[in-house]
Design a protein around this ligand. Structure first.
Ligand code: ADP
Ligand code: MG
Length: 243
């Protein structure tokens, strides 16, 4: 269940079909760098339906991570509007955006970004802190989720004691333990060998299918992108559909 103060168990289920839908209208993002303006994204109009699986490809510097950060409410556009689940993100303050990130959006990164001094189980638990559950419930959910990604026996291990594929599984468990509507992954298989890449993609695709998540994956790897229903290409800040 999500933690927004107004959602009950039934409301949560009832709103699920649209919860993970995005509408971007005229979105731009410019960065100021050494007195120059870098237009990282320009005039992006994009609809993503709830429960879609979308792959984003394109050359380095094209704007992929910028777009993912906007979808993840980690950043704000310098032009245009972004709605998630029918709610205009630009109308929300930092605190409300933080709550949306904490309850509705999971992130997975290329370099796993686990906290090295915490065990696998504790890393997963960190994602539940904003939900203010009691410690026992937090541990129970984290254990269950870790088991669901095939690491039930590894909860006590530190990230450094796990393989790259196992660390990415922990990161995925951390991203989904709060049952988000959206899972955003930036090059999730970029640091893995081909066999492990395929295992991680099987896991992500299985979660997407079972949980009705909106899954957005940035990737350089066409073997990964081919698994998505829909493929987008971003170059010089412009998004186009790949048919
Ligand atoms: P990609 O993920 O496709 O490699 P990015 O979204 O990271 O591309 O970057 C798009 C463009 O925006 C690049 O020209 C990059 O240098 C610039 N950029 C990204 N983040 C920043 C930032 N925080 N400050 C200044 N320029 C940035
Ligand atoms: Mg990037």
């Amino acid at each position: 269940m999500t933690s927004t103060s107004t959602s009950s168990a039934t409301a949560d289920t009832a709103t699920r079909p649209t919860q993970g839908a995005y509408t971007l209208a005229g979105v731009g993002r410019a960065y100021q760098q050494k007195g120059r303006t870098v237009q990282a994204l320009s005039r992006v109009d994009l609809e993503i339906s709830s429960g879609d699986m979308v792959a984003i490809q394109g050359p380095t510097g094209g704007g992929k991570s910028t777009l993912l950060q906007l979808l993840g409410a980690l950043d704000r556009p310098s032009a245009g509007t972004i709605a998630l689940g029918g709610q205009l993100l630009s109308q929300l303050g930092d605190r409300a955006l933080g709550e949306i990130r904490g309850s509705q959006i999971g992130f997975v990164f290329q370099h796993f970004n686990l906290i090295p001094t915490l065990t696998a189980l504790e890393n997963v638990e960190t994602a539940l802190v904003p939900l203010r559950l009691d410690a026992e419930e937090r541990r129970r959910r984290a254990s269950e989720t870790l088991a669901s990604v095939g690491l039930g026996e590894r909860g006590g291990h530190l990230p450094g004691e796990l393989s790259g594929g196992q660390q990415q599984r922990v990161a995925i468990a951390r991203a989904i333990v709060k049952r988000p509507a959206v899972l955003l992954a930036d090059e999730p298989t970029g640091n893995l060998d081909e066999e492990t890449r395929d295992e991680i993609m099987d896991l992500l695709e299985g979660l997407w299918r079972e949980q009705g998540l909106t899954l957005v994956i940035v990737t350089h790897d066409s073997a990964v992108a081919r698994r998505a229903q829909r493929r987008l290409h971003i170059k010089q800040g412009t998004v186009r559909e790949v048919s």
